[in-house]
Design a protein around this ligand. Structure first.
Ligand SMILES: CC(C)(COP(=O)(O)OP(=O)(O)OC[C@H]1O[C@@H](n2cnc3c(N)ncnc32)[C@H](O)[C@@H]1OP(=O)(O)O)[C@@H](O)C(=O)NCCC(=O)NCCS
Length: 184
């Protein structure tokens, strides 16, 4: 467990997710999923994907690939590195294409799918970066890079870039982003 003090002097606890957190994480995940890209008010970000199943989350938790951020013992954010869900397989084939094009090096070990959520009231406090820093010792022995796909219409891609993620590709639907764990 680590305490992160924000620029507004709020204390945020960051720790690995446990199976006890599963329900809260599932709720937070569902809360940010939109069913259509026509949804209004997307300025604080959104998720456009299938929800995680309890089995997916349990696998990710057991692999120690997810951090949570807490305020007064309430989960206000998560940082998921997903190498288990059905969706992660789609990501895997996108990563393979980047490797074929030498945009990601052939032998790099890539964590297939990162998904980050921070509750509205706790956004713009740098919590995603703090969760990533906390997770690095768990991720670095297994992975060289993290990978994430962000829908073009998500204005929060800027937050990824500010936290050190690099946009390695863009098409009509998405930004393809990579975080290099080797460099630091
Ligand atoms: C994406 C998300 C995790 C980013 O977290 P956040 O707490 O909002 O952003 P951060 O504190 O990490 O922002 C870091 C930097 O990005 C930039 N930034 C973030 N939001 C911004 C905005 N709305 N406008 C301009 N710059 C912004 C700023 O430079 C910010 O630093 P600053 O606040 O010191 O100026 C969060 O918005 C979220 O959970 N959204 C809903 C789900 C989602 O969209 N997830 C992404 C898909 S994986």
């Amino acid at each position: 467990m680590k305490t992160f003090t924000t620029k507004t002097n709020q204390e945020i606890q960051i720790r690995l997710a446990t199976l006890m957190d599963l329900e809260s994480i599932q709720k937070l995940n569902r809360k940010w999923i939109i069913s259509s890209l026509d949804t209004e008010n997307k300025q604080d970000g959104f998720l456009y994907c299938e929800p995680f199943t309890p089995e997916d989350l349990a696998n990710i938790i057991n692999a120690q690939e997810m951090a949570v951020a807490l305020v007064d013992e309430m989960i206000v954010g998560y940082y998921i590195n997903d190498n288990f869900s059905c969706a992660h397989n789609q990501y895997k084939s996108v990563i393979a294409e980047f490797k074929r094009n030498n945009i990601i090096s052939q032998h790099a070990r890539v964590s297939n799918r990162t998904q980050i959520v921070v509750e509205r009231d706790f956004q713009r406090l740098g919590i995603p970066k703090a969760m990533l820093e906390f997770l690095k010792p768990y991720l670095k022995p297994k992975f060289d890079h993290l990978f994430s796909i962000v829908i073009n219409e998500n204005p929060k891609v800027i937050a990824h870039q500010k936290a050190g993620w690099e946009v390695i590709g863009k098409d009509t639907s998405s930004y393809y982003t990579l975080y290099n764990l080797i460099k630091d």
